[in-house]
Design a protein around this ligand. Structure first.
Ligand SMILES: NC(=O)c1ccc[n+]([C@@H]2O[C@H](COP(=O)([O-])OP(=O)(O)OC[C@H]3O[C@@H](n4cnc5c(N)ncnc54)[C@H](OP(=O)(O)O)[C@@H]3O)[C@@H](O)[C@H]2O)c1
Length: 331
């Protein structure tokens, strides 16, 4: 029986819990029986013998979970094999997730996270900590949501030299640029419409300034190229200064403009708006994410998928769970 503790019960945490309950039969075929032994958010928790739907019931009826054990206490008590960490991203401090993850790995337990912050701030430290304590850390969900990229490069492209990665790693900016291209409307107008539709946050800085894409690029560069880079090492330019006129000229010449994140084997690390040929696979539309991987043996491999969302991110977290415990490899 795999015991799962969850820190964070927001969009992603709830999506993960729902998927565990709804796809139990499919998942148990892969990893055997499992049970959620603790869930907490920033103020409340549920622990011990409970069903997942009870957590949802408490949240919807009372706006909180029934107990007040903190994440620290849950991690300290250690009644779990794997921690699912889905607290908010802070790419500068990595907290609160960084401390939770370190503590869990030090106790020899596995971690699966959707939180970019800890990996951006301390990628190498976390990998070393996991190794030293015989634990594992899964982070497929941190880059590109449901789009399989990290394990795909590790497993399916194993044995290849990865020469270059170019990708669209932020759905919000891609949506804004797609609409600017089609409608030739100004950036502030499309942004405010995207905010009304819930595609852009009220404070859109993380997305439109390229911070989110930069954070994902750091994780890719460290995991794929074995680098030890941080957020400050990425050259970043966002999309806020792109004009409808720029799109007009680009399209006339057979190009569009997309926010491209690029890392290569020579150390390039850049997020910036670039001209992309309309026939290039990276000229994608809407909130999708995509990565074009250039390798020595397999040539070019293109991955595309939904970069965010409750179910989509849950799918990536579960793929790590199956990676860790699949084929009866637990216990
Ligand atoms: N949403 C997506 O589509 C998506 C996709 C990929 C990756 N991610 C990443 O996944 C993570 C979670 O995203 P989300 O959209 O689920 O965020 P969210 O809806 O804001 O949920 C965050 C959860 O973390 C809890 N939390 C905050 N501070 C905490 C603390 N100090 N200790 C314990 N719990 C704490 C919150 O509790 P309260 O409710 O009490 O505040 C909430 O339950 C973020 O790092 C995000 O960048 C999100």
């Amino acid at each position: 029986m795999i015991k799962i503790a969850m820190v964070g019960f927001g969009t992603v945490g709830r999506g993960f819990a729902r998927a565990l309950a709804e796809n139990r039969e499919i998942i148990e075929k892969k990893i055997g029986k499992y049970r959620v032994t603790a869930i907490c958010d920033s103020k409340s928790s549920i622990t011990g013998d409970f069903r997942i739907d009870e957590a949802f019931k408490h949240k919807s009826e009372r706006g909180r979970l029934p107990e007040s054990r903190s994440a620290e206490e849950i991690i300290e008590e250690g009644n779990f094999d794997v921690l699912i960490e889905t607290t908010p991203t802070d790419v500068f401090s990595g907290e609160p997730g960084l401390s939770y993850i370190k503590r869990t790995l030090k106790s020899g337990r596995d971690v699966i996270t959707s939180n970019k912050g800890p990996l951006v701030v301390a990628y190498r430290d976390l990998m070393r900590l996991a190794e030293r304590h015989g634990a594992r850390i899964g982070f497929e969900a941190t880059v590109g949501g449901a789009m399989p990229v990290i394990k795909m490069i590790r497993d399916e492209l194993a044995g290849n030299r990865i020469k270059r990665l170019r990708g669209i790693l932020n759905g919000t900016t891609n949506y804004i640029l797609s609409r600017m291209e089609k409608e030739k409307a100004p950036y502030p107008q499309i942004l405010s419409e995207a905010q009304e539709l819930g595609i852009a946050e009220a404070d859109p800085g993380y997305d439109v300034e390229g911070i989110d894409a930069g954070a994902k690029l750091v994780i890719l560069a460290n995991s794929v190229f074995g680098r030890n880079v941080r957020f400050q090492d990425v050259e970043i330019r966002g999309i806020t200064r792109i004009t409808p006129e720029a799109f007009e000229i680009a399209v006339e010449k057979g190009y569009t403009i997309r926010l491209i994140a690029e890392a290569d084997e020579n150390g390039k690390l850049e997020v910036s708006p670039r001209l992309v040929k309309l026939t290039n696979p990276l000229a994608i539309y809407g909130t999708l994410n995509a990565v074009l991987i250039e390798t020595d043996l397999a040539g070019e491999v293109f991955v595309i998928g939904r970069g965010a969302g409750e179910k989509e991110t849950a799918s990536a977290l579960i793929s790590d769970l199956v990676d860790f415990y699949g084929n009866g490899s637990f216990g």
